[in-house]
Design a protein around this ligand. Structure first.
Ligand SMILES: *[C@@H]1O[C@H](CO)[C@@H](O)[C@H](O)[C@H]1NC(C)=O
Ligand SMILES: *[C@@H]1O[C@H](CO)[C@@H](O)[C@H](O)[C@H]1NC(C)=O
Ligand SMILES: *[C@@H]1O[C@H](CO)[C@@H](O)[C@H](O)[C@H]1NC(C)=O
Ligand SMILES: *[C@@H]1O[C@H](CO)[C@@H](O)[C@H](O)[C@H]1NC(C)=O
Ligand SMILES: *[C@@H]1O[C@H](CO)[C@@H](O)[C@H](O)[C@H]1NC(C)=O
Ligand SMILES: *[C@@H]1O[C@H](CO)[C@@H](O)[C@H](O)[C@H]1NC(C)=O
Length: 458
């Protein structure tokens, strides 16, 4: 028993980055909790005493480690694994490891990382960790790893800055990495060299950092990130729309770009060209008071919600989804230039009416939202919205969030409750045909009367 525990323990240690704590000890207290519904195993305060309970995590696809100090194991001798351990590592189902709130000596990380090559771990995430010192990464020279997704959130000393020698030793593996996130870690720059190693990367998030306009061009230099499709830069220190355009201009495959939560300036007009591959563009919460130019030419999804736009006049025939909620628009933008559009969100603007002519076009969309705007509940105003709702195109928010602002008699009413029958809306239109009908009736009556008299006479 002790031997099995020892073996499992040694193995899990290797897998779980627990570096050879080759001291077998059964867990005195159960510090690992396996939630079978979520298939997540969570371990707290890692140390020799608690390590035995890692065994119950072996059937979990996701294992999390929170708390603990690995510093005292920094100099622990880690030998090669024997064949049976390597076999067992290969049979484990663990796919994702999250390490949180841990002090990680880099020298240790450098020594245990290669053991991942025997496992099927595809995702490795560090959350609120502090990386200490510098490691010797030469053991990783030419080493493949199964890890495809790597993330660092709220880490101190993001291990990507100023570690060029490590990059080259890790080059083989980095060349296969598909997703990388370094978020909330005060990143101000990214060396050009790393982007050139990340040849297979298709998704990069650098959200919640301190990247400025000048740091993009060096990071996305010629030959860097040749496969990158998704780039998230929300919550950074970017300010120039043109600067960002120039900074990402060399990314040949870029499809999604998220710049939300940066305080952007739209310069008068710029000659910069966005990568033509760009399809999704997020400019939400960027303080814009006009639509910046140029926009990427083949855009399909554009989010400019939560800005200060007074008017929107874009003509991009490829557009499918347009988010303009929370702006200062006073009228529905003309959507005749968007043959492919299926979604238009205009909530929380200052639009008071949907003109009937536009309702006809809006009726072709699948998802329209105009809640939270000060509607004029004139007959045509309320009627247009009711017609749209009847077509089933108004998204959530109908009817509760659609309220009348004017005229006085309907103020505060739900638009849905305003009577818009012909009788209410256009008495003239009712009265005139009525008169004609009456006249016709009278005429017919007269004819009939005349006829019947004629009949009787006959
Ligand atoms: C497992 O996680 C689910 C969802 O968070 C939770 O409702 C449940 O109580 C957890 N089970 C155990 C045994 O902790
Ligand atoms: C982990 O250690 C911290 C402080 O050392 C303690 O507050 C916490 O309760 C421990 N957690 C568990 C699950 O034992
Ligand atoms: C970030 O990580 C530090 C430890 O490095 C931790 O003390 C802090 O609470 C974390 N902050 C957040 C918001 O998680
Ligand atoms: C943001 O950029 C401005 C210059 O554009 C600079 O003065 C400021 O220090 C930067 N802030 C951070 C947090 O990096
Ligand atoms: C744009 O970014 C905001 C904030 O980061 C997010 O809430 C929104 O869902 C994004 N829009 C799209 C269309 O993905
Ligand atoms: C509109 O504003 C209301 C109140 O401020 C808010 O609760 C709602 O989430 C906003 N809707 C959109 C789509 O922005």
């Amino acid at each position: 028993m002790a031997r099995t525990v020892f073996r499992l323990f040694t193995m899990s240690v290797a897998v779980l980055l627990l570096l050879g704590l080759q001291v077998a000890a059964e867990g005195r207290r159960n510090r690992c909790f396996f939630n079978r519904t979520q298939e997540i195993c969570v371990c707290y305060n890692l140390s020799e005493e608690t390590a035995g309970s890692i065994i119950q995590c072996l059937p979990a696809p996701v294992v999390e480690f929170w708390g603990g100090d690995l510093q005292k194991y920094a100099d622990f001798p880690i030998g090669d694994l024997d064949d049976s351990i390597i076999d067992t590592l290969g049979s484990l189902i663990i796919q994702k490891i999250i390490i949180g709130n841990v002090l990680v000596p880099e020298v240790l990380l450098a020594r245990v990382l290669r053991f991942f090559s025997y496992t099927h771990v595809r995702e490795l995430a560090f959350d609120s960790c502090i990386f200490q010192g510098t490691g010797d990464w030469s053991d990783m020279d030419g080493q493949d790893l199964p890890i495809l997704s790597l993330s660092f959130h709220n880490v101190t000393c993001a291990p990507l800055t100023g570690h060029e020698p490590a990059f080259s030793s890790l080059g083989r593996w980095l060349g296969t990495l598909e997703q990388l996130a370094v978020t909330s870690s005060r990143v101000t720059s990214l060396p050009c060299a790393i982007g050139r190693l990340l040849r297979a990367l298709h998704s990069l998030s650098l959200a919640h950092n301190s990247l400025g306009d000048g740091s993009l061009a060096p990071a996305f230099c010629q030959g860097a990130f040749p496969q990158l499709q998704q780039l998230s830069l929300h919550h950074n220190n970017l300010s120039s729309y043109q600067g960002v355009c120039e900074g990402v201009g060399l990314l040949p495959q870029l499809q999604h770009l998220d710049l939300s939560y940066n305080e952007l300036r739209a310069e008068p007009s710029s000659s910069c060209q966005w990568p033509p591959s760009l399809l999704h563009f997020n400019l939400s919460n960027t303080g814009l008071d006009e639509v910046p130019a140029p926009l990427p030419p083949h855009l399909q999804v554009l989010d400019m919600s939560h800005n200060h736009l007074h008017a929107v006049d874009i003509s991009l025939s490829s557009m499918r989804k347009l988010f303009l909620n929370q702006n200062l628009l006073q009228a529905v933008p003309s959507i005749r230039n968007y043959p492919m559009l299926d979604t238009l969100h205009l909530d929380n603007n200052s639009i008071s009416e949907l003109p009937r002519a536009e309702v006809k076009f809006l009726g072709r969309l699948q998802d329209v939202a105009v809640a939270g705007t000060p509607f004029s509940c004139s007959c045509s105003g309320a009627g247009g919205l009711q017609a749209l709702a009847a077509m089933g195109h108004l998204g959530q928010g109908w009817p509760g969030d659609y309220r009348c602002h004017s005229p006085e008699q309907y103020q505060g009413w739900q638009v849905a409750q305003v009577p818009v029958s012909v009788l209410h809306c256009d008495p003239a239109a009712v009265v005139a045909p009525l008169c004609v009908a009456l006249a016709l009736l009278a005429g017919a009556g007269a004819v009939c009367l005349a006829r019947s008299r004629a009949c009787r006479r006959a």
